[in-house]
Design a binder for this molecule. Structure first.
Ligand code: TYD
Ligand code: MG
Length: 460
């Protein structure tokens, strides 16, 4: 039992501790996230005792010393290895976050199966599903014969006692998910911040000591945060997010933290009947219906950058005239609605194109969500084409940032975007001044949005 009366309130979103309950967390301002938890008992520590004596002397090393690069363990899934920065590092801890049902368990079971086939010892612990459920899924994925040690268990002590008593530990340990695990060293239901933290600490200690690569699954709440354990992000070496629309088949695995590599690589997958398939050439996924070369009004292709990887996608705009007096709707899927409002204002103020009497709908085809600021110019092209009812050439792409002044700003890695577009058969590009030529591409450069509108044509 904890010392009585020692209760504290811990925010389940950010981990902040408060002495009294409140409706709102004082740290992260979330509502109704404070939950009562027993406070840990601290060993009393003499406040005046100096820490400058009594310790062990440690050897300070030179920053310039030679380093051995961490060895990498391939997961057998190239897109996963890519997002990890080249594979799993033995003794490291990776957190995979994502919405329920997005495919985290499927991905990790596939990786576990492939690594087992490659001769590695692999343990998969599911706290969410019964062993039979996992077995059924493995069968569906064609992995029934893979030599993966499976357990349906939630008690961390039992899990680690079992793994620790084996002569050789696993090379890969998957914990699915951390929210179902509990440590008997403290009270509290699984999923609370203190349980998640304590369970993770024990698992991480095991990984560091045994040298196994630990992969932890963490669920995300609907507002996009790792449920409860944002604290967990600080404790692990690598954080990957698995994202995508459940109604679409593609999934993107994105690194948001990586102590052993960059965070600019993504892995792309498509969810199919036999599990997740790798998509080495993502552009093909988002442009599937454009192969006939027919041009449509209001559509243009945007070479987006996902990390350092170009991904071509189609931007679609629809503009519908409404009776005067009615407030026109603006609806956006896959892009920021504030950004659309800004772009419409620039088109009106700097180019004299009024959308006030029109409803405006904008869609990024394929369910991709675009955060790349260079999408401005592509969206502008789609809007102008929709408003004037004139199609853009089907072999054209557009990218660049639009400033409030109407001036165009260059986009990052322009050469890479042009190269990818050329590779997929596009022949021309509308881009900001100074972007430079793109090999076989015919590149039209503009200083302002107004100049581009003059070229595309104004409404009759
Ligand atoms: P799952 O891996 O259970 O998601 P998570 O662990 O992130 O909650 O993915 C489940 C979804 O994927 C489920 O809705 C069914 C679908 N799915 C397929 O479409 N094909 C498959 O081969 C598998 C195994 C799952
Ligand atoms: Mg799952």
């Amino acid at each position: 039992m904890m010392a009585k009366g020692k209760t504290r309130y811990v925010c389940q979103a950010c981990g902040a501790v408060a002495a009294r309950w409140a409706g709102q967390c004082a740290e992260c301002k979330e509502w109704n996230t404070l939950a009562e938890e027993a406070a840990p008992v601290f060993t009393p520590f003499a406040a005046k005792q100096s820490l400058q004596t009594g310790g062990r002397r440690i050897a300070m090393e030179s920053l310039a010393d030679d380093v051995a690069l961490p060895p990498r363990l391939s997961t057998g899934i190239a897109e996963l290895d890519r997002a990890l920065g080249g594979g799993l590092v033995p003794g490291s801890v990776t957190l995979i976050g994502g919405d329920p049902g997005i495919g985290k368990s499927t991905l990790l079971l596939q990786a576990a199966g492939r690594m087992a086939r490659g001769g590695k010892a692999v343990a998969y612990v599911s706290g969410e599903e019964a062993a039979d459920q996992v077995r059924l899924r493995a069968r569906r994925l064609g992995l029934a014969k893979a030599d993966v040690a499976l357990a349906a268990e939630t008690n961390v002590r039992d899990i680690l006692t079992t793994l620790g008593s084996q002569p050789t530990g696993p090379a890969l340990l998957v914990i699915d998910s951390i929210q179902t695990m509990h440590s008997d060293t403290l009270e509290g239901a699984p999923g609370t911040v203190s349980q998640v933290r304590a369970s993770a600490q024990e698992l991480i200690r095991f990984a560091k000591l045994s040298g196994c690569a630990l992969v932890i699954v963490g669920h995300v709440t609907k507002d996009g945060q790792l449920a409860g354990p944002r604290v967990l992000e600080h404790m692990v070496d690598t954080v990957l997010y698995f994202e995508g629309e459940r109604s679409h088949q593609y999934r993107i695995l994105r690194a948001v933290k990586n102590r052993f590599g960059g965070t600019d690589e993504i892995g792309v997958f498509a969810m199919g009947a036999d599990g997740l398939e790798e998509v080495p050439n993502p552009s093909s996924l988002f442009l599937t219906n454009r192969q006939d070369g027919a041009s449509v009004t209001g559509a243009v292709v945007f070479p987006a950058l996902e990390g350092t990887r170009p991904v071509l996608c189609e931007i679609q705009a629809l503009v519908v005239r409404v009776p005067s007096g009615a407030t026109p709707r603006r609806a956006v899927v896959g892009w920021d609605s504030g950004r659309l409002a800004m772009l419409l204002a620039v088109l009106e103020a700097r180019c004299g194109l009024g959308f006030g009497g029109h409803e405006v709908y904008l869609n990024v085809a394929g369910g991709l969500r675009i955060a790349d600021p260079a999408a401005d110019l592509a969206v502008a092209c789609a809007l102008v084409s929709a408003l004037t009812d004139r199609p853009l050439p089907a072999d054209g792409v557009a990218f660049g940032e639009v400033a409030l002044s109407g001036e165009l700003r260059g986009a990052g890695l322009a050469a890479l975007r042009l190269k990818e577009a050329a590779k997929l058969g596009f022949g021309r590009a509308w881009v900001p001044d100074g972007t430079g030529g793109g090999g076989p591409m015919q590149v039209a450069m503009f200083r302002t949005l107004n100049q581009l509108v003059d070229t595309l044509g104004r409404p009759d």
